[in-house]
Design a protein around this ligand. Structure first.
Ligand SMILES: O=C(O)CCC(=O)C(=O)O
Length: 255
């Protein structure tokens, strides 16, 4: 079992577990995510979103795939991730949503936000970032700030942290690589920059809630699909809609 710094998580709002996924499992996950990426263009399962970069349209995100891949389901629903979460929640965790952000070369970053603003049905979640490529400042790693214990910070009408509140936070980068896991609270402020390298910066984000609060995953995706159908694929024609909040800075395809 991985050594878990519960006190560190409680005081910071995040926990970096370095080098805890073994090489063979990582290789299997990488192959499964490559297949998921192909499904986006050949009519396979999953919910997929694209963005415009200076080099053309590229895949930005895949979601809702846990039931379509044995390798990914095993990793997401058992083993090190759910073991650590059971300790952080103080009880078993249940999956709320799962996604891969591909952040291809030139792929957009995310404005400062707290995930709680976009996560419905339960007030509290914890996510696990699973890097599949090196996430560096240049490739668009996460930046996080303390303060999750204060709950929801003031937000603007896009669901982002209001600019003056974001400017007052003590931001720090979290460079990570394949094999590492970064757990963070749904109230942990975070943002990321554009990928300025010539390699993708793929990362899974697996989000859970305490099992005693119920299983809301199917309702979350039904709700999100209905909202996207109604609202269209972009915000003001300027930013592609991949989240419920308007925090993704990538451009709509064709823009
Ligand atoms: O993948 C990233 O760079 C940031 C992801 C993020 O903040 C999100 O998906 O809400």
């Amino acid at each position: 079992m991985v050594e878990i710094d519960v006190e560190g998580f409680r005081s910071n709002g995040w926990l970096l577990a370095a080098n805890v996924v073994d090489g063979q499992q990582l290789a299997d996950i990488d192959a499964a995510v490559t297949q998921l990426e192909h499904w986006a263009t050949d009519g396979g399962p999953g919910l997929h979103h694209f963005e415009q970069t200076d080099d053309g349209a590229v895949i930005a995100r895949s979601e809702d795939f846990v039931n379509d891949s044995d390798v990914l389901r095993t990793f997401i629903c058992s083993g090190v991730v759910t073991d650590v979460l059971a300790v952080l929640f103080g009880e078993p965790a249940v999956l709320f949503k799962e996604k891969i952000n591909y952040k291809q070369p030139g792929g957009g970053g995310f404005a400062p936000h707290q995930d709680a603003a976009a996560y419905r049905f339960v007030d509290h979640h914890i996510s696990c970032m699973v890097p599949l490529d090196p996430a560096t400042e240049a490739s668009g790693c996460l930046w996080v700030a303390p303060g999750y214990e204060h709950g929801q910070l003031p937000t603007d009408d896009r669901g982002r942290i209001e600019a003056s509140a974001a400017a007052a936070l003590d931001w720090r980068p979290v460079p990570v690589g394949p094999g590492d896991l970064l757990f963070f609270d749904s109230y942990t402020p975070h943002y990321s920059e554009t990928n300025t390298t010539n390699r993708p910066r793929r990362a899974g984000y697996l989000t859970y809630n305490a099992a005693s609060l119920g299983d809301h995953r199917e309702r979350y995706y039904a709700d999100k699909a209905a909202e996207f159908d109604q609202a269209g694929g972009d915000f003001d024609g300027e930013r592609v809609r991949i989240s419920i909040s308007d925090d993704f800075l990538g451009r709509p395809v064709g823009s």
